[in-house]
Design a protein around this ligand. Structure first.
Ligand SMILES: NC(=O)c1ccc[n+]([C@@H]2O[C@H](COP(=O)([O-])OP(=O)(O)OC[C@H]3O[C@@H](n4cnc5c(N)ncnc54)[C@H](OP(=O)(O)O)[C@@H]3O)[C@@H](O)[C@H]2O)c1
Length: 237
């Protein structure tokens, strides 16, 4: 199961896992056509995917999507917590609604999905969450809420890795840097500033993030757990 699989990094993860033979359930909230397009592309390539509408901001939506997936397929082997939102503004312009929204999608949904998905998750299971390089390094002003939400995922990853280690389930955090998507277009006003801070001086691609997620999901990554894997072109170097 991949949350937020209709666009951007999530869609690339869904396609990569499906290409490796994984049966993928993806969630979306506002882009039914894009979700259907991802499913159609995978089916046309001989893969298997289905899309479920589930708003990550609503816990019962997440729980229902996970429950349906387990009912249909028996269990979840790989949970990728990808869905996320960005709210960036001057600190004194923030509202409590901003806080509630970003924490609901970026943090609470991750906890809720994992809680539901670990039931019946077999040995060798994987929980992979998409954080951000900003979980380590805020880089610039007007990112307090987003940075806070992504740092919270580090504590989640550390704790859950220890909770699930005895079941040989690994829990890891992928921390992308600027990656060309709707959330962070490579031609946005802030993009040139970010490029000046990167060792590799350019944005990442969604396929590069998906390749790392695919590796973490593979048997070869069985000894990696509780880790934060930053993939940011050296932005945090
Ligand atoms: N792009 C970057 O530079 C970057 C860098 C570091 C980390 N990240 C992280 O990577 C993840 C994916 O980001 P992205 O750049 O691919 O973003 P994006 O292009 O904005 O796509 C967001 C995806 O998440 C889904 N989503 C958003 N809110 C949702 C909700 N309430 N319920 C269910 N699904 C929801 C969207 O579904 P709909 O299409 O249905 O709206 C879409 O599939 C996020 O966690 C983000 O914080 C991104």
């Amino acid at each position: 199961m991949v949350t937020g699989g209709s666009r951007g990094i999530g869609a690339a993860i869904v396609k990569r896992l499906a290409a490796e033979g994984v049966k993928v359930v993806l969630t979306y909230v506002s882009s039914p056509e894009k979700a259907a397009g991802v499913v159609a592309e995978i089916k046309a390539s001989g893969g298997f995917a289905i899309a479920l509408k589930a708003d990550s901001a609503i816990s019962s939506d997440i729980t229902a999507a996970v429950a349906k997936t387990i009912a249909d397929f028996g269990h979840i082997d790989i949970l990728v917590n990808n869905a996320g939102i960005y709210i960036g503004k001057a600190f004194d312009e923030h509202t409590l609604e901003d806080y509630d929204q970003i924490m609901a999608v970026n943090v609470q949904a991750v906890f809720v999905a994992a809680l539901a998905a670990v039931k019946g998750m077999p040995e060798g299971g994987r929980i992979i969450t998409i954080g951000s390089n900003m979980g380590d390094n805020a880089l610039r002003p007007q990112t307090t809420l987003y940075t806070m939400s992504k740092s919270a995922l580090q504590g989640f990853t550390r704790g859950l890795a220890r909770d699930l280690g005895s079941r040989k389930i690994t829990v890891n955090l992928v921390q992308p840097g600027p990656t060309n998507t709707d959330m962070n277009p490579a031609d946005a006003p802030r993009a040139d500033f970010l490029r000046t801070r990167m060792a590799l001086s350019d944005y990442g691609t969604v396929d590069e993030i998906a390749a790392l997620v695919n590796f973490l999901a593979s048997d070869e990554a069985s000894y990696i757990t509780g880790s934060f894997l930053t993939i940011d072109g050296g932005l945090n170097a």
